[in-house]
Structure formats: C-alpha cells, structure tokens
Design a protein around this ligand. Structure first.
Ligand SMILES: NC(=O)C1=CN([C@@H]2O[C@H](COP(=O)(O)OP(=O)(O)OC[C@H]3O[C@@H](n4cnc5c(N)ncnc54)[C@H](O)[C@@H]3O)[C@@H](O)[C@H]2O)C=CC1
Ligand SMILES: O=C(O)CCC(=O)C(=O)O
Length: 457
C-alpha cells in the first residue's frame, strides 16, 4: 500500500509518506474526512532552493545547492535541523521535513516542522572553508528565517561549531541578536543539555519501553549503537551511566565491535568526540593504539547489526535506511528485544516489517518492540523548543531543570504513542504498534490545528 500522490523521483520522501499512509489506515477507515487532510499535509507549505558560492583556502570558487523546506507551520514556527552532507537532495530533505512535522507535534510543544541543508561535504574541508561556506549559506537563508518564523538547528554535519558560524553570520548581516537558531553556545543563548538531548531522550524513551514490556531497565543490557556523532555519543554515554554495555559504534567507513562484554567506556566516547571534531574516522582512532586493537575489532565497510551474537537493544543513530530487512532478521535472531531509532527513518521498510511481524507473532515475554525516530529521537527538537522558550524570556535554566523537562517530554511522548495505538489499532498483539501510535497521534494533532485554522474542512 502506498501514499496517494506518487513521487517516484523522490524515493526517500515516498518511503516516509507510505509509512504514514499505511499506519493511518485504521483511522482513515473510521474517519474518511482525514484523507483530505493527509493529502494537504503531504505537500510542504514552501520549498526554498538557492545557490551557495564560497571560496576554498586556495582561492578557488565553489558552488553548492542550499535548501530550506518549510513544511508545516500549523503548530508553531517551522523547526528542524540543517544537514550538510553530499547525499542531501530534495527527496531527503522532504522526507526529513515531513517526519519533523509529526515529531514536533509529539513533543507537545508549539513547533511547526521544517528541514534544510546543502550537498556541501564538510569532510576534508578546513575550519576556514567551513566558516566561509556557513557565511555564504546564511546570506540567503537569513531572508527566510526568524524567531517566530523558522528556527533551524543542527543535523548531520552541523554541530555547535557550525551553528556558531551561522549565528555569527546572521547577527552581522542583520544587525540583530535573535533566537533564530537552536544549539547555540551556552554563553550566547544556547540551552544546557541541547547537545545531549537527542541521545539522552532516545534512552529515556527506551527506558519506558523496557518498564512496560519487561519490567526491566538498562542494567547489564547488551546494546548496539550505530554512528559515532552527536546522537550516538550521548546515547552511548547515557546507556553506560545506566549500567548497560555499548558493544558497537560505527561510521560511514566501518564498525568497531567490542571484543569483551564491557564495551566502550565514557573515556572512549570522549576520545571519539575529539576525533569527530577533527572530522576523522573511527579507523584513525583504532589504528593509533595497540591497546584499542586488543579491545575492539574493526569491520571495514560493515554495519553493526550482524556482528554481535547476543543483543538486547539496537539504537540506529547514524543515517536513514541503515537497517535492512536481513539485518533486522539477524537482530531478532540475536535476541534483540528493543529497537529505537536515534536516526531519522533509520530502518528500511523491510526492517520495520520484520520488527512489526516479530511483535505480532510474540508470545509473552518474547516480544520485539520497535520505536520510530519521530517518537524516540524527539528529545533533540524538544530541548530546542526549550531553548526557544528560554530565549523568549531571556533566562537560562539549569541542566537539572532542562534534563527533568526532557525526561518528562519523552515519557509523555511514549505514553501518547502507546495510548493512541491502543485506541486506534486492534491488531491482537500484546504490545501496541508504536509506529502506528506515533503516526496517528502526530497526524491528528497537526490535522486538527489545520482544520481549526481553516486549511481544510
Ligand atoms: N542532532 C540532533 O539533534 C538530531 C539528529 N537526528 C538524526 O540522528 C542521526 C545522526 O545525526 P547526528 O548525530 O546529529 O549527526 P553527526 O554528523 O554528529 O553524526 C552522524 C554520524 O553518522 C555517520 N554517518 C553519516 N552518514 C553515514 C552513512 N551513509 N553510513 C554510515 N554512517 C554514516 C557519521 O559517520 C557520523 O558518525 C541523523 O539521522 C539525524 O537526522 C535526529 C534527531 C535530532
Ligand atoms: O533541534 C531541532 O530543531 C531539530 C533537530 C532535528 O533536526 C531532528 O529532530 O531531526
């Protein structure tokens, strides 16, 4: 079953829409009037595309394409990250923007959805080149954003350093110090806990799944994490803090797998964070130390999912479509009970089908439970929303206060997905479908706001 309009030239966007369309069927059968709302929500309010001309250190002129997809503003200003990666194109940004609309609704905050970025590749670039690119990118983007209009943030390839360059460019170009980006530095408008928020929030969400499904927690759990960037690092740190074992991390060149059951330490994650800031790969870290080579095995070109025989939890945290159907089967065979996406659309459709089939076929205590990124990784944008609230009031909350609010948002999001699925989907399984629950709950909130505002009737 596929979504109403077909967009064969935009495969990622088609995939994201098909997933929502299929899981909304129980609602659409009961209330067919929502079909019209869905057709409208599937189309972005606005797509901005522009050229970005910048200069290399050797004085050569380079050009990239920049984008901002302003998807939906029914619940608040457009909100969502900027991705700098050579694979960025409109299909990728439309899928990310579409998912962001529902994700932001699930935070319970007043946030619309959007996404942007460029096909610029930060790998192999100097700091000065990145700064020049960010200034050129903001020269056009600044015309379209604003604290009450559109508030971008980071995503792949955009961390605190790039947000600094972008914010500085905006402030100088517009002569205005405003909350037009989130993920800012702590001394100039940033919120404490924003860097940690997506990874921590992911683990808080899984804690709720564990409490419900197995009356258990992270203590002693064997956890596979993919990626080694912002989301992966803070998810790993929180798992370690809660007594779990992080057995894998990865990047686009390969995976590191622990040779023993203890896995990565907090110090290892700190060293990997430094490595990433220098835009290096895990293999560079691994090759530099014989101690590391005795503790880990490096698997070139491989993803983590088939490399460990006994698994409790899988947290894809790198990029879209990073778990295939075959890899999902390997995870189920290895005993994995909880799968939650730190990445956006981390699982392929085939992988979700495998996890959902395992949930439906489960006998007591054997269930596999899958959480989609738009629910399980909403902690990042949620703390961005808290950063916007602090900016509006010109105040700063403590780490403890932000972390407590983040935790409560993740608990509420989980409960909303759970309750919505129970209400709308009678599939006979012991555990409800969190993917259906997330999609229906997010959709209903946005659709109702749009109806109230006269956008469909
Ligand atoms: N940063 C945030 O607050 C949020 C990020 N996300 C999602 O989490 C995922 C990771 O984002 P960040 O950690 O922020 O980015 P990052 O740039 O800090 O890290 C990205 C990681 O993914 C790996 N990666 C990128 N492309 C890859 C590929 N094709 N194959 C294998 N590995 C690849 C990189 O090596 C790196 O380790 C993305 O899907 C992003 O959309 C979701 C919610 C919020
Ligand atoms: O913090 C934000 O505004 C956006 C985070 C993001 O890009 C995401 O949730 O995928």
């Amino acid at each position: 079953m596929t979504a109403s309009h077909q967009v064969p030239n935009e495969p990622e966007f088609q995939q994201a829409r098909d997933e929502v369309y299929v899981t909304l069927q129980p609602l659409l059968e009961k209330k067919p009037e929502y079909k019209r709302a869905l057709e409208i929500i599937e189309i972005p309010e606005r797509v901005i595309q522009f050229r970005v001309v910048w200069e290399t250190d050797s004085g050569e002129v380079r050009v990239n394409t920049g984008y901002r997809v302003q998807f939906n503003s029914a619940l608040g200003p457009y909100k969502g990250g900027l991705r700098l990666h050579p694979t960025v194109n409109l299909s990728v940004l439309k899928f990310l923007g579409y998912e962001q609309v529902y994700k932001n609704a699930l935070t319970g905050l007043s946030l619309g959805g959007g996404k942007g970025g460029s096909d610029f590749d930060p790998k192999g670039k100097s700091d000065r080149e990145i700064r020049r690119f960010c200034m050129a990118f903001m020269r056009e983007l600044s015309k379209h954003i604003g604290a009450d209009k559109d508030v971008p943030a980071g995503d792949i390839g955009v961390g605190g350093r790039e947000i600094g360059y972008l914010f500085g460019a905006y402030r100088r170009q517009r002569n205005e110090f405003a909350g037009i980006l989130t993920g800012k530095g702590g001394d100039w408008g940033g919120s404490l806990i924003r860097p940690e928020a997506t990874g921590y929030g992911l683990v808080y969400y899984v804690e709720e799944m564990m409490k419900h499904a197995g009356n258990t927690d992270f203590t002693g759990k064997r956890v596979l994490v993919s990626g080694s960037g912002n989301v992966a690092q803070y998810a790993a740190l929180k798992v370690i803090e809660l007594g779990g074992f992080v057995l894998t991390l990865s990047d686009s060149k390969g995976s590191l797998v622990s040779n023993d059951s203890r896995g990565f330490t907090k110090a290892d994650i700190g060293a990997i964070a430094e490595l990433k800031l220098a835009r290096k790969y895990l293999i560079d870290w691994y090759n530099a130390s014989s101690e590391l080579q005795s503790r880990f095995t490096y698997h070139e070109g491989a993803r983590p999912w088939t490399l460990v025989q006994k698994v409790d939890v899988a947290l894809p945290s790198a990029t879209q479509n990073e778990v295939s159907g075959e890899e999902a089967k390997a995870l189920v065979a290895a005993g994995c009970k909880y799968v939650a996406e730190g990445s956006n659309m981390g699982c392929t459709k085939d992988a979700i089908d495998v996890f959902e089939a395992a949930r439906l076929a489960a006998k007591d205590g054997e269930a596999v439970w899958y959480a989609p990124g738009k629910a399980s990784n909403c902690g990042g944008v949620a703390v961005s929303g808290l950063e916007m609230a602090q900016n509006s009031q010109r105040i700063k909350w403590t780490s403890e206060e932000v972390d407590a609010r983040l935790k409560q948002i993740m608990i509420n999001c989980y409960q909303n997905c759970f309750d919505t699925a129970k209400l709308h989907v009678q599939d006979g399984a012991g555990l409800p479908s969190l993917v259906a629950g997330a999609n229906i709950a997010g959709f209903l909130k946005v659709a109702e706001a749009m109806r109230d505002q006269g956008e469909w009737w």
